[in-house]
Design a protein around this ligand. Structure first.
Ligand SMILES: Cc1cc2nc3c(=O)[nH]c(=O)nc-3n(C[C@H](O)[C@H](O)[C@H](O)COP(=O)(O)O)c2cc1C
Length: 177
């Protein structure tokens, strides 16, 4: 699938949430819609996904750490970014402007670069009850980030069904036909 000029390029940012192993569903749906896909995983998120399967599916190496100075960029620039699943940790750090993982660095820069970003949070009610979380969501919304407003699940409930397709409904608002 890699390196097909003319096709828009989607970054999928994957965090360390319990459903991250199903991110292939999102990649398949993106490819059906003629997007090329590159995956950026948080360092913790790497342990939640099948790296070889995802690299075979996208045709690109998964990025998680910064490249060294002088190394070429492994991925083309993004036309859009989907953060799914998005953890409590990454959402709060991103809103606070913390950039200590490659995933956060890319998300923090997306605002200034004008790249549309969609977020599908995956967390439980106990995490969402922390006052920092609602403040983080508000700050990200004020930055133009498109956030799925599905309610968090009870603690230890496993998160329930995850609506990967919400990414397309939200992205459609950034790319109206
Ligand atoms: C099995 C397991 C499942 C987890 N699921 C979630 C989750 O759904 N949402 C969440 O916010 N954190 C979850 N966590 C906690 C995160 O992995 C942890 O906060 C981590 O630091 C997040 O790192 P990241 O945001 O850099 O990916 C889970 C942890 C484990 C061990």
């Amino acid at each position: 699938m890699a390196d097909q000029p003319g096709r828009p390029f989607l970054y999928v940012v994957v965090c360390a949430a319990g459903n991250a192993g199903d991110v292939g569903e999102l990649i398949t749906a993106a490819q059906r819609r003629a997007w090329e896909v590159g995956v950026i995983a948080t360092p913790q998120g790497l342990g939640f996904i099948d790296q070889l399967a995802i690299e075979a599916q996208t045709g690109y190496p998964i990025r998680s750490a910064w490249r060294r100075p002088g190394e070429p960029r492994p991925l083309p620039p993004a036309d859009a970014i989907v953060v799914a699943p998005a953890t409590f940790n990454t959402i709060n750090k991103w809103a606070a402007g913390i950039s200590d993982t490659l995933a956060l660095g890319i998300l923090c820069e997306a605002y200034g670069s004008g790249v549309p970003v969609v977020v599908l949070p995956h967390l439980n009610e106990a995490q969402a009850a922390h006052p920092a979380y609602s403040q983080s969501l508000q700050r990200l919304r004020d930055m133009g980030v498109l956030i799925d407003d599905r309610q968090p699940s009870p603690p230890n409930a496993g998160g329930g069904a995850f609506h990967w397709e919400r990414a397309w409904e939200l992205l459609a608002t950034a790319f109206p036909r």
